[in-house]
Design a protein around this ligand. Structure first.
Ligand SMILES: *Cc1c(COP(=O)(O)O)cnc(C)c1O
Length: 402
């Protein structure tokens, strides 16, 4: 029976002659193994470039340890591959947003501790304490709870005291420190190994930020009179690029690890690009003049237009509000403007000026020459938002971007 004959049909693997040979072997029973095709849209991330950028942060902050911030899937780059590579650079901590992310860092099996950047929820604290992860305390309630968890486990925990020096998001207010500190120091099973705060306008307001640094330094001075602080940290990327903070001995770079500087400065030139967002052309046609493109028909062709459909949309993190902003993608080395609205899984671009575009061609949406800073500016958002919006539907592929 013909049906009983299965043939190996790995079109891209076998040369035409091998293929003919296989088909020619009448009655041959070969297991059929389909070759997996390339994903329609994916992220290429370069962990070596991320490591390079960590070392740029080190160069401009002498005598400063680094907490590598890898929250939000390493800003869309893929957490596991990023952590594996950065581990070799010996960061002091890996900064994460929540327990799930801390578990992912820990699952890579690295020796560097995850550090939970924000206030912790009561239900998370047993696991944080039991796992030895770094954490902050922002209130007496949080501190007392951690101390009681440690006491019942017969251990002592080391916390980072968070200070609200202007961010309004977490930490003790400096004006409350005088009262809180003696209580904190009396907790039987909670020590203080660090002090941290966060800058809300490091990229915007120099007077505010300088005043904030002074307040931070005063608080650190006061706390240091009572405890020996191992970690003192204030700056994220913008703070690292803009300010020297002699009282601090650690910094928390996030965005700059991923090749983007939040401020314009010469050091930004030293950062390497770490990510490409790529999708394939799925269809190319010429639409006549007067033809609408995409939902709402907000774009109508003025002349016959060669239109390529590309397999990426807002469900992948190519935001719907990128629509109608003249945002271009790169196909065969040429910039092609997108047309009409971004749909859930597809976008359309004008390839009239690019000869020979065919389905299967690669379209680059973010990359070394399509900077995420510019995209953010065009779309009225910020690079953090675009990176962290890259969705789980996009496979992350590790590749050197040269
Ligand atoms: C996210 C975060 C960072 C990293 O910020 P970047 O601006 O991306 O460098 C640092 N510290 C804290 C507390 C954060 O929440």
């Amino acid at each position: 029976m013909r049906d009983s004959t299965t043939r190996a049909v790995r079109y891209q693997v076998f040369s035409p002659s091998t293929f003919r040979l296989l088909l020619g072997r009448k009655g041959a029973k070969v297991t059929c193994r389909m070759q997996q095709c390339a994903p329609r849209a994916y992220v290429e991330a370069d962990p070596d470039a991320i490591a390079h950028n960590l070392n740029v942060a080190r160069r401009i902050s002498p005598n400063t340890q680094m907490m590598a911030v890898v929250k939000a899937d390493a800003y869309g780059h893929g957490m596991e591959a990023t952590v594996k590579r950065l581990e070799a650079e010996n960061p002091a901590f890996f900064g994460v947003a929540n327990v799930t992310e801390a578990r992912r860092v820990a699952s890579v099996g690295c020796g560097t501790r995850p550090f939970l950047l924000g206030p912790t929820a009561p239900g998370e604290r047993e696991e944080i304490a039991g796992s030895g992860w770094g954490f902050t305390i922002s209130s007496m309630e949080e501190a007392e709870h951690f101390s009681s968890i440690a006491a019942s486990a017969g251990t002592v925990l080391a916390a980072h005291l968070a200070l609200d020096t202007g961010m309004g998001r977490e930490g003790f207010l400096p004006s409350d420190l005088g009262e809180a500190l003696p209580h904190l120091l009396r907790l039987p099973a909670l020590g203080i190994e660090g002090v941290m705060s966060h800058m809300p306008v490091a990229d915007e307001d120099e007077n505010f930020s300088r005043r904030q640094i002074e307040i931070f330094e005063e608080c650190v001075g006061e706390i240091s009179r009572h405890v020996k602080l191992r970690y003192i940290h204030l700056a994220a990327s913008a703070g690292i690029m803009r300010y020297r903070i002699p009282a601090a001995n650690m910094a928390r770079p996030g965005l700059m690890l991923y090749g983007v500087s939040p401020v314009r400065c010469p050091v930004a030139e030293q950062l390497r690009s770490t990510l490409r967002l790529v999708a394939s052309v799925t269809l190319v046609r010429t639409l006549p003049a007067g033809h609408g493109v995409s939902y709402g028909c907000s774009f109508v062709t003025a002349a016959p237009t060669r239109v390529a459909t590309i397999g990426i949309g807002y469900a992948d993190g190519w935001r719907r509000h990128f629509s109608g902003k003249g945002i271009c993608v790169l196909i065969r080395g040429a910039l092609c403007p997108s047309l009409g609205r971004v749909t859930m899984d597809q976008i359309m671009v004008d390839v009239s000026g690019v000869p020979g575009v065919t389905p299967g061609d690669e379209a680059e949406l973010i990359g070394p020459s399509l900077r995420v800073e510019k995209l953010a500016e065009q779309a009225g958002t910020i690079p953090w938002d675009i990176f962290t919006g890259l969705g789980p539907r996009l496979p992350r592929i590790t590749r050197s971007l040269g």
